[in-house]
Design a binder for this molecule. Structure first.
Ligand code: SF4
Ligand code: SF4
Length: 217
């Protein structure tokens, strides 16, 4: 026998409420909440907006931003051109051309490794699939370009990331291993507490924007 759908009849409850509750108390509670929020905003207790791009919120360590190809001690890519990332990629935006590595223990290296950043959906599947921690993500999300060609990141662009000290590392499942292989000094950033009860549910740290100049490091 077909089970009867459960129907919640809200009209019955509304009818049982007194006219005082409906006509006076309800609007007063709503008005009190509005005034409470207004006072919080006026006194600076809640700051739901930031002055981007001068100020930025601090993203999580697991943020899935633009990719990084990690390097070995000698500066060569850790990637062994196994195609695991390209196979896992749902956007089909990784292109790899393998070549024979001079070290017989390594077998292959990527002679070419491109990511089409406009097709990428930043899902992180490539990072999960990589057996070598050769591809990880950063917290960089401000990608812009003047031409379509600039959105195709080649191996050089993926390995040399002057923006890294500014944004920091993002999603990397094996943090201990990756942090020992990626050498960079995070930029000192001024931080201040940003109350975000209205829109963010919790307090977050806000990072003051610092422009990174690679020639000075
Ligand atoms: S993040 Fe996702 S879409 Fe982007 S390259 Fe990796 S697997 Fe492909
Ligand atoms: S980045 Fe990782 S998964 Fe992709 S080809 Fe290189 S070693 Fe394989």
């Amino acid at each position: 026998m077909k089970k009867q759908a459960k129907v919640i009849d809200v009209s019955a409850r509304a009818e049982s409420e007194s006219s005082f509750t409906k006509g006076v108390l309800g609007p007063l509670v709503g008005m009190g909440l509005t005034i409470n929020r207004m006072v919080d905003n006026l006194t600076g207790k809640v700051n739901a907006t930031i002055r981007y791009p001068e100020e930025r919120r601090a993203y999580s360590d697991r943020y899935r931003g633009a990719h990084i190809l990690t390097a070995r001690e000698d500066g060569s890519p850790r990637c062994v051109a196994c195609y695991m990332c390209a196979t896992a990629c749902p956007a089909d935006c990784i292109y790899i051309e393998p070549a024979e590595h001079p070290d017989p223990l390594i077998e292959k290296y990527p002679a070419r490794f491109d990511i089409d950043m406009l097709r990428c959906v930043f899902c992180g599947f490539c990072v999960d699939a990589c057996p070598e921690e050769a591809i990880i993500m950063s917290r960089e999300s401000e990608l812009c370009a003047f031409t379509r060609e600039e959105t195709m990141w080649d191996i050089k662009r993926l390995m040399q990331r002057p923006e890294l000290p500014e944004f920091g590392l993002g999603y990397r499942p094996n943090q201990t291993l990756v942090d020992s292989t990626v050498k960079f000094t995070p930029k000192e950033k001024e931080k201040k507490k940003l109350a975000g009860r209205v829109t963010l549910k919790e307090d977050v740290e806000m990072i003051i924007h610092v422009t990174f100049d690679p020639t000075k490091d």
